[in-house]
Write a protein that binds this ligand. Structure first.
Ligand SMILES: [Zn+2]
Length: 142
């Protein structure tokens, strides 16, 4: 019974840590895990929007260096569709596909990093739980 309570706490703590990785409050989700069960807390958390990822993607899509191209004449940031630079009025080559591809790559990379962080968390929790279960089982062996 003590082990069960211990595992419950560890799981609830894991939910709190995972919540942090997803841009939410650690303490709130730790308490949710304790009160309504860690597994349910985990399920609800995973169904909710990943705020940390949304935040990171927001940074990507608002990054001038990524969403704009530099004018070859005056080095100002201009929209990738522009064929005339609004700053120096000279002709430039529009390159919307290049910029779109660059953003798509950055988005994929950001998603991968975020998923990796959470994957490590879940694996870490799995190891802790595994060790706890083994320790618990070993108490039956005389
Ligand atoms: Zn220019």
């Amino acid at each position: 019974m003590l082990t069960f309570g211990f595992l419950w706490l560890i799981f609830a703590f894991g939910v709190g840590m995972l919540a942090k990785q997803r841009g939410r409050g650690v303490l709130n989700w730790f308490l949710i895990g304790i009160v309504i069960s860690p597994l349910l807390g985990f399920a609800i958390l995973m169904m909710m929007k990943d705020l940390a990822l949304a935040d990171a993607l927001d940074t990507v899509t608002h990054d001038m260096e990524l969403t704009h191209v530099k004018c070859v004449h005056c080095a100002e940031y201009v929209l990738p569709e522009a064929s005339v630079c609004p700053y120096c009025r000279r002709n430039i080559t529009p390159q919307p596909e290049y910029v779109q591809q660059r953003i798509a790559e950055k988005v994929a990379e950001t998603e991968e990093i975020q998923a990796g962080k959470q994957g490590n968390m879940v694996i870490g929790m799995g190891i802790v739980v595994g060790i706890s279960v083994i320790a618990w089982l070993s108490t039956f062996i005389k």
